[in-house]
Design a protein around this ligand. Sequence first.
Ligand code: GLU
Length: 411
Amino acid sequence: MDIFEMAKIPLNKAIKAMKLNEGAANIINNPERTLEVSIPVKMDNGKTKVFTGYRSQHSTILGPAKGGIRYHQNVSLDEVKTLAFWMTCKCAVAGLPYGGGKGGIIVDPSELSQRELEALTRGFIDKIALIIGEKRDIPAPDMNTNAQIMGWMMDEYSKITGQYEPGFITGKAICVGGSLGRTAATGRGVVVAALEALKIKKIAPQKATCAVQGFGNVGSWTAKLFYDEGVKVVALSDIKGNIYCPEGFNPYKVEEYAAKKGSVVGYPGSKPITNKKLLTLDVTILAPCAMELQITAANAASVKAKIISEGANGPTTPDADIILDKKGIMVIPDILANGGGVTVSYFEWIQNLYRNFWSEEKVIERQNALMRAAFKNVFAVTKKYKVDMRVAAYIVALGRLDEAMKIRGMY
Ligand code: GLU
């Protein structure tokens, strides 16, 4: 089954549970627009290579499309369409005035020089410029893209339109209109959501343990902020391997080590473990913050965590969901748990539109308030419809989308 079809399984459960209008369901099941582009880049060796990129706008029902751009060798049209669909639902769950979009380029960025990376980035913006913009579609960072890449994109787009365009993209450096608190925002949301779940389960953070898969922007901030809350971080990982320490890590120290050595692997006092072991450790919270399709029918029965807070997009398959639900594990779905990033992207966009600056305290306070409200909303729906958190999150999202579709006369 392709990933878009898989992603629609919980959506269709929600459509059934809430008896959504058929026309509305058909609209949500199909992306509004997807663009495939070829990007020629003059490489350092003098040869010209052509890369393939995509931008998918799943929906603009609630506002301009919003979502990141990833650079990865496994990017595909199907994956980008799926990620755009998740963005629509994520923004709707959080109550943001955005639709959903996503972009990607098929490339392993570690194989490019900085000059090649910049040329590829600018070439991609040239090709998608026609469909993006502050009121149309607002990109952001995603896997393997960062504030530097956003800076090049902003510069290229400003050249094309002939005006200063900070509001067309988020996740920028502060000096070009970025927001304080944006870098940590996705990890912060994963932690805030998990803390809400701990409250429901009546477990004090100081009594909880966690395992975090992935040590990129999302995983490293998730681990650091769990540590700040007194949760014991017993396992960490990156693409090179997984490490375990029952006494608990200080993720700030692990980050310093990884910056020097290029990986968390080998951190003094840690024990190497397998990825399967990390996902099935006897911990209170498991935070998958790496890739899609990590918790599957093959390993779900062995998961021992009480709470899963999904930092990655799509880390759990629908088959695994059924198994986890039967085991009584509370899965805080990606479209709720990792919505902190796009929430602070929204704050960044507001600051850009008003040429305004918020303090970090204000950003954090507003993010926490929005995410706690979204969590409570979704949790209440689990009771009302007797569904798991994922289906409940889709019901919340679809409710907002449906209202707007109806009033806009779309069906
Ligand atoms: N790429 C992030 C996500 O998947 C952030 C998107 C954004 O800020 O627009 O949620």
